[in-house]
Design a protein around this ligand. Sequence first.
Ligand SMILES: [Zn+2]
Length: 221
Amino acid sequence: MIKRFSRSRLALHPWPKPPGGQHRSVCHFCDTLHVAEPLPEGMAARCQCCRAVLYQNRPASLARATAFSVTALILVVVVHAFPFLTMDAASIRTTLNLVSAATALFDQGYPILGAALALFTIITPVLLASGLIYVCGPLMFGRLAPGAILVAKWLHKTEPWNMIEVFLLGVLVSLLKLEKVADLHFGMGFWAFGLLMVCMAAAVAGIDRDELWDRLEVAKL
Ligand SMILES: [Zn+2]
């Protein structure tokens, strides 16, 4: 059965829907099919059966996703340009950053761990932020960048592999144990990494998946 989603009030600025026919949206939790009407800015469409969010129209979504992605790329440079952590133990000072941590794992015979560290904390965030800028930047001006639809498909596939928050949690747990045997000093890279985690989450959450695809469809026409 096709249902209409519920919403509390009307406002302006719905995102452009591709022309032709009624659009539909399926609830990912209970599979109920809804009529996907244009949604005012700041509003969320909820399932009539289970109240789960179907899609949202976030204010200034394209500008928000682009701005947070640009900030994330700048923070990636800061993370690698400054020390992540400095340890003082037995009169020996050791300074680490993410690249040196990954290469140290390779050197100590843990190539899979080293590759995973580089992939999940360096490569994936850079690819995700660059892809969002490439897709959302031109869309702000109603333009479609060459291959933007393909890039958007890959963005959704790589999204689950952006695991910098998992890495940061692991680092914090390790530091609690290291604190007993060494003096630890957090560098600029550590704080930048924390901000990078926030920026990546905000960039990905900046634009709803339905809105991105509708805007790509409209720009293609
Ligand atoms: Zn539902």
